[in-house]
Design a protein around this ligand. Structure first.
Ligand code: GDP
Length: 522
């Protein structure tokens, strides 16, 4: 093995954020192909296998081939070791999806050029923003008609509020897509031409020297005009602002035809951050430190339904992991030997012997870990910053089917809530239990685990989506609580209003201007 610092500095760990169908799977496959991690496209996951029963989460996992193996993918390219973390969409959307973003050093945002910014992209973007994660944008499907590039940049600015710097610029689109004008490499990359003709280098004025058929095309002229506009009126490139998440480098391409992907990958690697130092109770922890440490950001039930084992996903934040090493779980002070560990690859899951800061490993979890736990190998048992709270949007009222099972019911809920699988609220007046989640799957997982791990059947009554707002002032008139603005306590006994909709929220604010409401995700 190379020196630890060299190893750590070669790591690039990111998540792809996008709305379903923007092309995340397609782009991931192309990236893995470059890295030689897979041989054929189509192996990332067996998705779109049709409908699935919503009741049995294990079955869902099996049928769709979703597994821990596709949650993290690792490949090598040009001396870098790249970890891609999946952020599931659709029904799989959950707090885990958000928490995954706490384990990366940067994010790649894919936008469908015809659709622009979509709902799920916006949600994930906000979490990246909140954490100051650098974001690289890939605008996909240029082989199809879409919005104009200027419209798309305006959307980035207006909808997301982030400034952008186009690293390249499309020459035409759809049927007339000729390629990209690569500002960063001062060259043109042509679409659908012989490999030998693919790149045209440009002179110091950023134009094609001499004669070339492309120069006859009016789209070339138009592109030069747009590039001039960008140079004069666009944002300046600033590596520092990129690293602070204030400026996003934008790339255009077509993942399906594998166009612009390699250029994107190479530019991304040039500017993407190395594993970052993280805040802890002992200050910032240097990723190059010899002492091993990391935190758990996700816990997933094992594929094997015969066992209750789970896999805890650990982001290594410093030092080197070696199989069999002894560590301390900071929360409890307990010693643990890390004998069973898993590394994630595109094709298979394999046992990992060594991994370093920046990498993600899976730890066998007999029930010892909670989401947010820190483990360390050094003498000092510090803890990494608490994972942020994500505002739930969906709610159910929950009770035990069998009243004789109250004890198990409470124990199960307490543990699953502590583990971070679901959020718990209690209505202020009637002390009823409400569960909150960001995605429906969390309720299904909860129900499944209550049945299988705590032997309790639960009744869940849908409350639909609500807008949760925490309250600054502690003293509050409990009579303000009603069905449209329900007052509840969260698990830390903080007061929260659950509003039926936007209208109810606004109405409440107008009537009660003294009550400060806040959303922890803003
Ligand atoms: P995901 O849901 O974000 O993972 O999206 P997929 O990668 O599964 O892509 C959704 C659909 O868009 C699939 O039918 C892809 O073949 C298609 N697609 C992805 N990239 C492109 C592209 O660059 N051009 C075109 N025309 N279609 C694409």
């Amino acid at each position: 093995m190379k020196k630890l610092s060299e190893e750590v500095l070669s790591r690039r760990t990111f998540a792809i954020i996008s709305h379903p169908d923007a092309g995340k799977t397609t782009l991931t496959e192309k990236l893995l192909l470059f890295g030689g991690a897979i041989r054929d496209a189509g192996t990332v996951k067996g998705k779109k296998t049709g409908k699935f029963a919503t009741s049995d989460w294990m079955e869902i996992e099996k049928q769709r081939g979703i597994s821990v193996t596709s949650s993290v993918m690792q490949f090598d390219y040009d001396g870098f070791r790249i970890n891609i973390l999946d952020t599931p969409g659709h029904q799989d959307f959950s707090e885990d999806t958000y928490r995954t973003l706490t384990a990366v050093d940067s994010a790649v945002m894919i936008i469908d050029s015809a659709k622009g910014i979509e709902e799920q992209t916006l949600k994930l973007f906000k979490v990246c923003r909140m954490r100051g994660i650098p974001i690289f944008t890939f605008i996909n499907k240029l082989d199809r008609e879409g919005k104009t590039p200027l419209e798309l940049l305006a959307e980035l600015e207006e909808v997301l509020g982030i400034e952008s710097y186009p690293m390249n610029w499309p020459i035409g689109m759809g049927k007339q897509f000729l390629g990209i004008y690569d500002r960063h490499h001062n060259r043109i990359e042509q679409f659908r031409v012989e490999e030998s003709e693919k790149f045209i280098s440009l002179n110091s004025d950023g134009e094609i020297e001499g004669t070339h058929p492309l120069k006859e095309d009016s789209l070339y002229e138009q592109t030069l005009e747009e590039i001039m506009l960008l140079n004069e009126a666009g944002n300046a490139f600033s590596e520092e602002r990129v690293s602070e998440g204030e400026l996003t480098p934008v790339f255009f391409g077509s993942a399906l035809t594998n166009f612009g992907v390699q250029t994107f990958l190479e530019s991304y690697l040039e500017f993407a951050p190395v594993p970052q130092a993280r805040n802890s109770t002992s200050g910032k922890i240097d990723p190059l430190s010899e002492d091993f440490s990391g935190f758990i950001f996700k816990i997933q039930a094992n594929m094997n339904p015969a066992h209750r084992d789970r896999i805890a996903f650990l982001r290594i934040c410093s030092g080197k992991f070696e199989r069999g090493m002894n560590v301390t779980l900071s929360r409890t002070g307990k010693q643990i030997k890390l004998a069973q560990s898993t590394q994630f690859m595109a094709d298979d899951r394999s046992t990992v012997e060594e991994a370093v800061a920046g990498d993600i490993i899976g730890l066998y979890d007999p029930g010892s870990y909670q989401i947010g736990d820190t483990i360390v190998s050094g003498k000092e048992a510090f803890e990494y910053e608490r994972l942020p709270l994500f505002t739930p949007e969906l709610f159910v009222r929950v009770t035990a089917k069998n009243v004789m099972k109250q004890k198990h019911f409470h124990k199960g809920i307490q543990q699953l809530v502590q583990e971070g699988a679901i959020q718990l609220f209690k209505t202020v007046k009637t002390e009823e239990y409400l569960l909150g989640a960001v995605g429906q799957l969390q309720f299904e997982v909860f129900e499944h685990r209550m049945r299988n791990e705590y032997n309790v059947e639960v009744l869940m009554e849908r409350q639909g989506s609500k807008i949760a707002r925490w309250i600054e002032n502690d003293k509050i008139n409990e009579n303000l609580s009603n069905s449209r603005s329900l007052l509840v306590h969260d698990r830390y006994e903080r007061k929260v209003f659950l509003f039926e909709n936007d209208f109810a929220l606004r109405w409440f604010q107008e009537k009660n201007p003294d009550i400060q409401l806040y959303n922890p995700m803003d």
